[in-house]
Structure formats: C-alpha cells, structure tokens
Design a protein around this ligand. Sequence first.
Ligand code: GDP
Ligand code: MG
Length: 443
Amino acid sequence: MLDGLRDAVRKFLGSSDYEKAVNEFIKELQIILIKADVNVRLVKDLTDRIKKRITEEKPPSAIEKREWFISIVYDELSRLFGGDKEPEVMPKKLPYIIMLVGVQGSGKTTTSGKLALFYKKKGYKVGLVAADIYRPAAYEQLIQIGQQINIPVYGEPGNKNPIEIATNGLEKFLKEKMNIVIIDTAGRHGYGEEASLLEEMKSMYDKIHPDEVILVIDASIGQKAYDLASRFHQASPIGSLIVSKMDGTAKGGGALSAVIATGAQIKFIGTGEKLDELEVFNPRRFVSRLLGLGDIESIIEKIKSVEDYENLEKRMEDVISGKTKLTLRDIYKQLIALRKMGPLGKIFQMLPGAGILSQVPEEQLKLGEEKIRTFMAIMNSMTYKELDNPSIIDKARMRRIAKGAGVTVEEVKELLKQYQMTNNLLKMVKRRKGLAKLFGGSN
Ligand code: GDP
Ligand code: MG
C-alpha cells in the first residue's frame, strides 16, 4: 500500500548513487501507486512531471540533491491531493443536508458528532438524525454524543425503517429552522447483507436528496478502499470523504484510492476519539505523513531556511550599498537562518554577508556558541521596535530586556556594542568601496 512510500523514501535518502537511486525510486513509486489502484495514466503523468522538473530545475545551493528530489516528489504528490488548497467546508446553501455513509466501525457516528460540533462552533444550528437501526444501541450512542456537545438528536427507537426515520427527522429539524442536518446511517449489518445495505443507501438518497453524501473511511483500510468507495459511489454519489483514525499507525494510503474511485475530495480527517478531534484536510500535511513526516519536515525546513538566508543576503546587499540601514532584526534573522543551516560559531563571520568582513581579523569576529545563545535570548526579549531601531534602547529598556532574557544588563550592553561595531565596520567598508570606485577599482 501507499504506506510503503516511507520505506522507499528512507532507502532513497540513504543511497549513494544519485542517478541510479532516482530511477529506482521512480520505478518503486509507480509500483506502489499502481498497487494502490491508482490509475496507470495518472501515475505516468505524475512521474513524468517529476522527471521533467528534475531535469529543468536546479537544487538550491546548500541543499543536497537527494533531499531536493524528495521535496519535488512531495510537491507533486501533494498536488494529487489538492495541493495548497484547503477544501471548501462551509455549506454552499442553507439549510444543508449531509448524509454520512461507510462500513460499520469506520467512525460514522463519532464523525457525525464531530461535524455537528465543528459547524456549531462556526455558528450554525445543527441537528443529528440517528438512522442506523441495525447496530445495537446506535440510537443511545448518538444521544450520548449529542448531550456532550449540546446538539439535538432525532431518533425513533423501535422503528425498523431507516428511511422513514431519516425523513421524519429531517422534516422536524427543517421545521425547527436548523441550518445543517446530519444523518448518521448504518454500516454493514451482517455477513452477505452488504448488497441490501447499499440498496438501502440508494433508496435513502433518492428519498432525502441530501446536499452532500460523505463517505467515512478508516485510515487503515488499505487495498479495499478503491472497491469499497466505488460501490458506495454507485449507490449514492459520494460528494466528499472523511478519513477517520488518522491518529493510529496507518498513514491513510487507502485514501488516495478512495479519492480516485469517487473523484471526491477529502474534506476532514479524524485524529482521535474525542469530538473535537477533527481537522480540515490539508493535502501537504497528509502527504508528509505518507512520506514519513520527520524526513519531509526537516528537508522542507532546510530548503526554507536556505531561501530565507538568500533573501537575507539580498537585504544585506542593500545594507552594504547604503540603501537601508542594518538593524538588530537583520542580525536576529541571520542568526536564526544560519543556526538552522549548520553549526554555530562562524556566524558573526558571515554576518553582513558577501564576505564583507574578510578584511577584519577572524579572532575579532568569532563568537562562541554560548554567546550566540545569549544574544538570541536577548533579542527574543526585545520588541520589534527595539530590533528595528536599537538606538531607542535606554537603561530602563536594557533592564527590562535583561530580566526577560535571564541575563545581566552587561550582556545586553555587549550585544549592543557588537551591533555598533558591525555597523561601524559596514560604514568603513562602504567608504572603502566608494574610494575604490573613485579610483577606478573594480571593488
Ligand atoms: P460507525 O460504526 O461507523 O458509526 O463507527 P463509530 O463512530 O461507532 O466508531 C467506531 C470506533 O472508532 C469507536 O470506538 C470510535 O471511538 C472510534 N473512532 C472514530 N473516529 C476515530 C478517530 O478519528 N480516531 C480514533 N482513535 N478512534 C476513532
Ligand atoms: Mg454508527
């Protein structure tokens, strides 16, 4: 299943021959996706796009090629799930009728409570209808959920006709001017009775005409997802999906098959048994789980910090050319960017960028890790105003900052002195540059 992706990523990142590893990874990706019942054409499009991007694009400096490759795979897979777009979860009309379907145990009843709470928090009036007549105590289960979140529940214990219950409940709630009505239905009710269940879904759909049918699937469903989703889809057109139990060990690979089988979008994921444990689906987060969260996160973080650093370098060029003034905020950002990128220590050497301090003796610029940590703590205690304009930092401010950072006033003064020194150096270099230009030098 798609869960194999994580192993493939691990293997790839640990490989030695890049070209060979890329080819192997792409092949493996294709096999994994096809095995997960992803349409062959779609798989080919995906891998073609990845191949195209790695020939046309260049990895950012300081990023390992293999990591960069995985970030592209991540990007393209995320696009399959909707990319940067979060799904539309607000009702497009009012009143809005939602019917939840899915096999028994997938989490329908819990999810109907979660949805009710979600929409209630958004200010909608929500009613729940208990239309599962097969599961023992299904009605009581929903009543209990309704009590927890203070949502009215309609049910008819004893009535064996779910369509009748749904119709009556809907009528009552609409009369009461509810904005959203959620109908919780039955799962499979006994071996070999699936066909009759799907028939029942179909009749209910035809009678109720819900605005949206949501299929709830368990994250661990795996291979069966495609088949299951298509069968439900034939009975009543699935408008969207909710993947429950994403807090478990399964990474939800089957969800992609369900997405493809129904053409529907995943709207929410369930992340626990509690009723507030429902999240709006985020494609990127989901794919990073599929690929192995830790690995992807650190790669993306690294790429982002390189980008941040490059932006800072650009800004430093403006500082050096005299377009803008160096502030403590610049120093702060550089420290953070550099710290993410690698070992500390050489930081102040690199500080104003562009090798500008090469004329200054190294010893003068070296700062120990301890000192850098102290400086970061101090800057963390400053306001943006102070960072942008350190000249406003008087004695009283120094005391406040020192207290906030857990350091002495002396240490705050030392940072300010360092800043002043850097600024003086900059001025000096600028002047030299100016002179050099005057005398026709290239620098
Ligand atoms: P239904 O048969 O489809 O109505 O499923 P239920 O709503 O009764 O849920 C079956 C079991 O799954 C219950 O024990 C729920 O507490 C549990 N459950 C539902 N959603 C989640 C979830 O997102 N995370 C976890 N950990 N458990 C869930
Ligand atoms: Mg149920």
